[in-house]
Design a binder for this molecule. Structure first.
Ligand SMILES: *[C@@H]1O[C@H](CO)[C@@H](O)[C@H](O)[C@H]1NC(C)=O
Ligand SMILES: *[C@@H]1O[C@H](CO)[C@@H](O)[C@H](O)[C@H]1NC(C)=O
Ligand SMILES: *[C@@H]1O[C@H](CO)[C@@H](O)[C@H](O)[C@H]1NC(C)=O
Ligand SMILES: *[C@@H]1O[C@H](CO)[C@@H](O)[C@H](O)[C@H]1NC(C)=O
Ligand SMILES: *[C@@H]1O[C@H](CO)[C@@H](O)[C@H](O)[C@H]1NC(C)=O
Ligand SMILES: *[C@@H]1O[C@H](CO)[C@@H](O)[C@H](O)[C@H]1NC(C)=O
Ligand SMILES: *[C@@H]1O[C@H](CO)[C@@H](O)[C@H](O)[C@H]1NC(C)=O
Length: 342
């Protein structure tokens, strides 16, 4: 009998510990080890960290995020504090502040690290993670009254049903901006607005109030991911249970080297090579660390300074032009009218 009680008790405890919720009510808080899970189980909201792939003395950065809860390979889809990483998780929580906004708070100092910054005139508000991956802040007494939503502030990922584009009345411009590198969600160099997406699954709307596109999902059972990745390409992936990885089903531009300035200065981009960026003769990768994390935009640097710069006293320098055959010039390449070797 005791054993049965014990087992039942254990079962109930386990149930309470793991019972996921999708809502934060006023007065509640999500701690660094908690998460919200959408009603369908597909998305989770919580804190995650990034640290360099190799153990080093680099500090760990913490972020609030929404990720794919059913996908074993951690993949974030929304990061509100992308440019303001949290270094120390002591007293960290996500809660509803006195002004009704959802905030990342330092509970011990009461300082606000991030806020939804909505203009709220309601008495009480509630935050909820919806099954589509939208985090919404609503009036507690009327959940249809949406005061703020994460779909209006995308990071690098477009959720099906979310708008990408412009609200002409409020001036709100929803666009995707790539991560800085594979390990850093900070604002990267590539951004995307409507027009670049798979035509077979997208809708385009243009009227007096709005101009935007949305993605629709053909098969709800498929876990899909639409992202503007570090390499500046808009890609659509489907999660494959078989390979336990994301399978790319679409990319725009089709060729990597068509992405503007992807390899940075003094480089040549080869579409059929891995890695696709390489330095020109006489140049070396400026930042091998970032290059490894797929941020190649820093390009390459000169191994030896030009003689005409280092030695102004001479009229006759050793500098010469080096010919690079079979390449297409970059976009906006400056035209030099009269070039002659010394
Ligand atoms: C960062 O997250 C990983 C995966 O959840 C975890 O194993 C690791 O302990 C975390 N790092 C720190 C410093 O807490
Ligand atoms: C975080 O802050 C607490 C309190 O100030 C401190 O004890 C702890 O060592 C810090 N942790 C890290 C990783 O810096
Ligand atoms: C909160 O403030 C305390 C005291 O200044 C500090 O030790 C801790 O690291 C802070 N935590 C966060 C998440 O900012
Ligand atoms: C906030 O809302 C109030 C009431 O609707 C309005 O008067 C005020 O201008 C708004 N402030 C901003 C910054 O939008
Ligand atoms: C909020 O609503 C409650 C219940 O309706 C009411 O008692 C309270 O006075 C309200 N507070 C404010 C600041 O309006
Ligand atoms: C709830 O909010 C919606 C959207 O603003 C509004 O249309 C509806 O009338 C509200 N319902 C109540 C009971 O106030
Ligand atoms: C600069 O050029 C002069 C004349 O060719 C040469 O004698 C001198 O060594 C050069 N200096 C450097 C720093 O290269």
């Amino acid at each position: 009998m005791h054993l049965i009680y014990f087992t039942l008790l254990l079962f109930l405890c386990t149930q309470t510990n793991y019972a996921a919720t999708d809502t934060i009510f006023a007065g509640q808080a999500l701690s660094v080890n908690d998460k919200l899970v959408s009603n369908n189980g597909r998305y989770a909201l919580g804190f995650f960290n990034t640290s360099s792939s190799k153990p080093s003395r680099d500090t760990t950065n913490w972020y609030l995020g929404i990720w794919f809860n059913t996908v074993p390979k951690f993949t974030s889809a929304w990061v509100p504090n992308r440019d303001r990483p949290i270094k120390n998780t002591t007293s960290l929580e996500l809660t509803i502040s006195h002004d009704g906004n959802l905030v990342i708070l330092n509970q011990s100092t009461k300082s606000i690290i991030w806020s939804t910054q909505a203009n709220i005139t309601r008495n009480s508000t509630t935050a909820m993670l919806l099954s589509r991956g939208n985090l919404i802040l609503t009036d507690s007494s009327n959940s249809s009254e949406i005061l703020w939503e994460s779909f209006d502030h995308p990071t690098d990922t477009l959720f099906p049903g979310a708008k990408l584009g412009w609200d002409k009345l409020t001036g709100l411009n929803r666009r995707l901006v790539s991560w800085k590198n594979l390990n850093d969600p900070a604002t990267g160099v590539y951004c995307e607005m409507s027009g670049n997406n798979p035509p077979f699954t997208s809708n385009f709307v243009h009227n007096d109030q709005e101009k935007y596109m949305t993605l629709t999902v053909v098969d709800e059972s498929m876990v899909t991911r639409n992202v503007l990745d570090v390499s500046g390409r808009s890609k659509q992936f489907v999660w494959s249970e078989g390979s336990q990885d994301w399978t790319m089903v679409y990319a725009q531009p089709k060729l990597q080297c068509d992405v503007y300035a992807i390899c940075g200065p003094f480089t040549i981009c080869y579409d059929n090579a891995v890695p696709y960026c390489s330095c020109m003769e006489g140049f070396t990768i400026t930042s091998p660390k970032y290059w490894q994390l797929e941020d190649t935009t820093g390009g390459c640097s000169r191994n030896t300074q030009l003689d005409c710069i280092s030695n102004k006293s001479t009229t006759h320098t050793t500098d010469k032009f080096y010919s690079v055959p079979c390449v297409k010039l970059p976009q906006n390449a400056p035209k030099v009218e009269a070039v002659a070797s010394p």
